[in-house]
Design a binder for this molecule. Structure first.
Ligand SMILES: [Zn+2]
Length: 446
């Protein structure tokens, strides 16, 4: 079946003014001005009301945190006290059933915002939730969301000088054995893969040196991505200096993570020299503008990082530090905080590039993030019929400046996953009800 997505209002792609032809999971043709498709087509989708962009790629999330949004114990705090308030609540409350609903809810929100690929950083495995990665893979498959599910970890508890409580951590042996298990079971390195596994020790203040090193070796063996939080706050820099007698980037180097296999969440507090070093090694950075503003963590040096050769992507983070999973909204926030950091020449195309091509690069993928022949047919299509867009001139700029937050149609690997603004195969009302009920239990843990 070949589908022509015909005559878009605007499309973010080279030489594709008359749209694209999709066959199977891929884009097989871009159709330029004044041309007809070369391939015979079986069906046509009239895209004349649609602004078409590559499906957005979310490179950092903690979907389980949707269960503790705007939690009264955690609001209005910076990162460390915010985490200290939430660790015990997550540890006590996170059941497999609640986690499953969290994955489903966050995945649905992401799809509805125009996101087609997401990386989730899941690092908390309280007793009973040993199968978190399996649950996540199952739900991603059911939703049709492309994912890099990361097997996260924490093994440095407060008793050993870390930040999380004892009940929130696992031992190194258990972590590595489960990492091997999920890599062998789910990691798909093929072009167009719907599921990949990454390894993601949580942060310098919750993981031992030894686990960081062993994880890097394991990633090398299985050819998978490495992910962690780094340089998010001044508190973290202070922690590294006192615990490891070095700054976070020195620590990263010491544990064998300075490679193009690695992408970091946040990456805010880097010196000029550290920015250059990250660029030399091809380490990626996922910028999380919304979370950085909510937790008052600081401003990512996106321009300097990109100039140094660092792949820069975007992430929603959270969602207890966002507190939603809307990547299109994150694109707008990236523009705003970027302009505040630099100047008004930071454009809507810059932030859209981070959310697509840049994010794809962070995930080590060249088959997504762009509308071009041979790439996966991952598309986000927005209409401009809401009041907020009325009067807008440039349609692509309007998406970002007027605040697009809900896609009308979303295609992942050639299949429609959102139609008329609604997710295919998901009862939104029921999901809202069930997830809301599961989340209420976390309020009782006060
Ligand atoms: Zn995070």
């Amino acid at each position: 079946m070949r589908l022509w997505i015909k005559d878009p209002l605007t499309i973010l792609a080279e030489d594709a003014a008359r749209g694209v032809v999709v066959e199977g999971t891929r884009i097989v043709e871009t159709v330029g001005t004044g041309r007809e498709p070369v391939h015979p087509v079986d069906a046509v989708h009239d895209a004349s009301a649609h602004v078409v962009i590559p499906g957005l790629v979310n490179t950092h999330h903690h979907v389980y945190q949707t269960l503790t949004r705007a939690h009264p114990k955690a609001i209005n705090k910076e990162l460390f006290p915010w985490l200290q308030a939430l660790y015990p609540i997550w540890t006590k409350g996170l059941s497999p059933e609640a986690f499953r609903l969290a994955v489903r809810l966050a995945g649905t929100e992401l799809l509805m915002s125009g996101c087609t690929t997401a990386a989730d950083h899941h690092y908390i495995f309280p007793a009973g939730l040993e199968d978190a990665v399996d649950i996540e893979v199952e739900e991603a498959r059911a939703l049709g969301l492309r994912m890099t599910v990361t097997r996260g970890s924490m093994n440095l508890s407060v008793e050993d000088g870390g930040l999380p409580p004892k009940a929130a951590v696992q031992d190194e042996e258990t972590i590595l054995a489960d990492s091997e298990r999920v890599l062998s079971k789910y990691h798909d390195r093929s072009d167009g893969a719907m599921i990949r596994i990454g390894l993601a020790p949580c942060s310098p203040f919750s993981v031992t040196r030894s686990l960081m090193k062993a994880t890097a070796e394991l990633a090398e063996r299985h050819d998978c991505r490495l992910h962690t939080h780094l340089a998010e706050t001044h508190d973290e820099n202070d922690f590294c200096l006192s615990k490891f007698a070095c700054r976070p980037v020195d620590y990263l180097e010491e544990v064998g993570w300075m490679s193009d296999r690695t992408w970091l969440a946040h990456g805010i507090h880097f010196s000029d020299d550290e920015v250059a070093r990250l660029g030399r090694h091809g380490v990626g950075v996922c910028h999380c503008p919304t979370s950085n503003m909510v937790l008052a963590s600081g401003q990512c040096r996106t321009r300097e990082l990109e100039a140094a050769g660092v792949p820069v992507g975007l992430g929603v983070d959270g969602s207890a530090s966002n507190d939603n999973s809307n990547l299109m909204e994150g694109v707008r926030h990236a523009l705003m905080i970027g302009r505040l950091t630099y100047d008004a020449t930071l454009s809507h195309l810059d932030v859209l590039r981070w959310a697509t091509k840049g994010s794809a690069k962070c995930l080590g993928r060249d088959d997504i993030g762009e509308i071009a022949v041979g790439k996966q047919a991952d598309l986000a299509m927005f209409t401009l019929d809401e009041l907020r867009f009325s009067g807008a001139g440039d349609p692509l700029a309007a998406l970002v400046l007027c605040g697009a937050h809900r896609a009308d149609r979303v295609m992942v690997a050639g299949t429609w996953r959102v139609v008329d603004g609604l997710p295919v195969g998901v009862d939104v009302g029921r999901l809202r009800h069930e997830h809301g009920q599961a989340a209420r239990a976390f309020l009782d843990l006060l």
